[in-house]
Design a protein around this ligand. Structure first.
Ligand code: SME
Length: 158
């Protein structure tokens, strides 16, 4: 396998369309979900130039920081707290155009301006964590991100 991602697209959708088969080939054939989460973070951080990309996994009734790429982040989040804790509580994807307007947003970095958080489910449809992508630009995320990021996290087996 080549150690470099191949990316030529200039649009967001084009980049996802180029990245997804490359992420799939990284993840296929590897059963360790930590290894796969780590490579997904690296591929998205460098492929999409996101500010922060990472997983939080539910452990002893808290979200605990898992594999990520970007600046250091808070390690534990309670249910209902911030965007991640709300996505966990509602079991829904949440898109926030401006984090300063989200009640209780947890500012791990003051540079983070907008974000998308998707819930992660195991094969029995139990929630096991969330996937958080942050941008240093307002209004970075929309249904296109939701679609392609869901496709990417669905490659993981919990
Ligand atoms: N923004 C998140 C906290 C996690 S970090 O941004 C990495 C939130 O409010 O849930």
């Amino acid at each position: 396998m080549s150690d470099d991602l191949k990316l030529t697209a200039t649009t967001k959708e084009g980049k996802y369309i180029e990245l997804i088969p490359q992420i799939k080939s990284l993840v296929d054939g590897e059963k360790d979900s930590i290894a796969n989460m780590a490579n997904i973070c690296a591929a998205l951080k460098f492929g999409m130039n996101f500010f922060w990309v990472g997983f939080y996994l539910i452990k002893e009734n808290q979200l605990v920081l898992g594999p990520f790429q970007g600046p250091v982040a808070c390690t534990r989040i309670n249910i209902g707290k911030g965007v991640c804790g709300t996505s966990w509580q509602k079991k829904e994807t949440i898109i926030v155009d401006d984090v300063d307007t989200f009640p209780g947003h947890i500012a791990c970095s003051s540079l983070s301006k907008s974000e998308i958080v998707l819930p992660l489910f195991d094969s029995q449809n139990n929630i096991v964590g969330v996937f958080d992508v942050d941008s240093d630009v307002l209004k970075s995320f929309d249904k296109t991100d939701e679609l392609y990021l869901s496709e990417i996290i669905n490659l993981l087996k919990f």
